[in-house]
Design a protein around this ligand. Structure first.
Ligand SMILES: [Zn+2]
Length: 260
């Protein structure tokens, strides 16, 4: 098993070389650029500068599309705006040389789970055509979601991967919040792919699933390493309030465990 650790976040664009050098020195090998509030990298030259810095320090990048996305909205305009946010993330992602554009696909609303699935699947296929037309070398990666009223159970995401050949993001904290446990045997069956793009952080949850992310405690990292499949290349992006420190902690525990 090979795991790469890294944070969601890269700090200000103008300091990216220093930031990635710091990441490199601490053993961080991946970084997810959060466009969660907006696609803030607008200029191609900025994207290329970030890409070069990432290459120099051996850091693989991914991006996270804005939160305001609902591919199952009843309002066609909201769907169009959602699609635009995803496509803007894909364009910037292509410039940045990322392989995965992670996003939250949408809400069930009044629709049944099956209807929601079919609507979202159609939208993903349209987006894929657009990506292909633009020759962007990126893959859409819908994420497993932590709230029970939000589309994105592990079964739904796995089915999207099978039926549209999209990528995926497995968020273990979200699965724990949604299902009260993580069934790793089920996950291995649903996601037989060699490469897993994952999110992991501490999480607070209740009846309706996810409340918020929190610091990733040591015992929680140990629990994850005990259960992860051994035959995969795994990227773990940490989204806790302290994602760099938590990634370094995860890496340290993982390395020590392998020495034991
Ligand atoms: Zn997410």
């Amino acid at each position: 098993m090979r795991i790469k650790f890294g944070p969601a976040g890269m700090g200000p664009i103008k300091e990216v070389e220093e930031t990635f050098e710091k990441y490199y020195k601490r053993g961080i090998k991946v970084c997810e650029i959060p466009f969660t509030y907006q696609v803030y990298i607008k200029k191609k030259e900025d994207a290329i500068r970030i890409k070069k810095a990432a290459e120099k320090f051996g850091i693989s990048l991914s991006v996270h599309a804005p939160y305001w996305i609902n591919l199952n909205s009843e309002d066609e305009e909201k769907i169009k705006a959602s699609e635009k946010r995803i496509l803007d993330s894909c364009r910037a992602g292509h410039w940045l040389g990322v392989k995965r554009v992670v996003f939250h696909a949408g809400f069930y609303g009044k629709d049944s789970k099956q209807e929601t699935y079919l609507h979202i699947k159609e939208r993903i296929k349209e987006l894929q055509k657009e990506i292909e037309k633009n020759k962007w070398d990126v893959k859409l990666a819908p994420e497993t979601m932590g709230k029970i009223n939000v589309f994105g159970s592990v079964e739904e995401i796995s089915r999207l991967v099978k039926e549209t050949e999209c990528g995926f993001c497995i968020d273990f904290a979200h699965i724990l919040a949604r299902e009260r446990k993580v069934d790793f045997e089920k996950l291995k069956k649903l996601f037989p792919q060699k490469k897993w793009h994952c999110h992991f952080s501490g999480i607070e949850y209740g009846e309706k699933g996810e409340r918020h992310h929190k610091i990733t405690e040591e015992k929680y990292w140990r629990w994850l390493f005990k259960h992860l499949p051994k035959n995969k290349d795994i990227t773990i992006i940490n989204e806790s309030p302290s994602p760099v420190e938590d990634s370094v902690l995860g890496l340290r525990i993982y390395n020590n465990k392998n020495k034991e």
